[in-house]
Design a protein around this ligand. Structure first.
Ligand code: AP5
Ligand code: MG
Length: 208
């Protein structure tokens, strides 16, 4: 199945994508993770992306679309994939239409005013990328892989504010874009993580 995970910053795209990949074995592609990996490795793409990520802005479409087009050609995408964080505006959605036929767009619906606390309290594993939250987690090492727990550089109050603004202006219109194509299904992302996943399982199982 070819899935797009849609949702505001902090909606839980990465959290749910990990669970979907574990249960259904679907390849998880996060453009944010790809940029952060490039940044860590000091590649030209990483250096270019850094300026935008630090400001909470979108990396230019031509860079992002090229990365996704190349990634979708890899063999682990032959039987399907799950995009997390792409597309993020109508230009990218139209570019994706030319790359592949998406089966399902899963919109994780959240209340935007609750997301600041989720994101400023998020901690991630520097090795495997797993997300945690300070309200329930105080370890210094990742329980899954032993990697160091860090805070993402763009999870400051100022940058989160800008990311939420970019979402409202550029990404939210994709709800209507995919709804008009009959591809959109929404789940309630304000529920606890396992309940959100149960809603997603129901949707995916009904299609298998
Ligand atoms: P990206 O990495 O995609 O970040 P984002 O969209 O801002 O989303 P997040 O990763 O912050 O949130 P998430 O929905 O994955 O939430 P998570 O599961 O971690 O992009 C970063 C930057 O890269 C962009 O700003 C841009 O510059 C660039 N970029 C990326 N893609 C691009 C593109 N296509 N075009 C241009 N530029 C691009 O959860 C968040 C927290 O909440 C965690 O602590 C988690 O434990 C907790 N949580 C999750 N679910 C729940 C729940 N149900 N209840 C309570 N807590 C929960
Ligand atoms: Mg994420």
């Amino acid at each position: 199945m070819k899935i797009v995970l849609l949702g505001a910053p902090g909606a839980g795209k990465g959290t749910q994508a990990t669970k979907i990949a574990e249960k259904y074995g679907i390849t998880h592609i996060s453009t944010g993770d790809i940029f952060r990996k490039n940044l860590k490795e000091g590649t030209p793409v990483g250096l270019k992306a850094k300026a935008y990520i630090d400001k909470g802005q979108l990396v230019p479409d031509e860079v992002t679309c090229e990365i996704v087009a190349e990634r979708l050609k890899e063999s682990d995408c032959k039987n399907g994939f799950m995009l997390d964080g792409f597309p993020r505006n109508v230009f990218q959605a139209e570019a994706l239409d030319k790359m592949s036929e998406i089966d399902l767009v899963l919109n994780i619906a959240v209340e935007l005013d609750k997301l600041m606390a989720r994101l400023t309290g998020r901690r991630v594993c520097s090795k495997c990328g797993e997300s945690y939250h300070i309200s329930t987690f105080a370890e210094k090492r990742c329980p899954k892989c032993g990697g160091e727990i860090i805070q993402r550089a763009d999870d400051t109050e100022e940058t989160v504010g800008k990311r939420l603004g970019v979402y409202a202006e550029q990404t939210k219109p994709l709800i209507d874009y995919y709804s008009a194509k009959g591809k959109l299904e929404s789940v309630d992302g304000m529920k606890p993580i396992d309940e959100v996943f149960a809603q997603i399982e129901k949707l995916l199982d009904s299609r298998n």
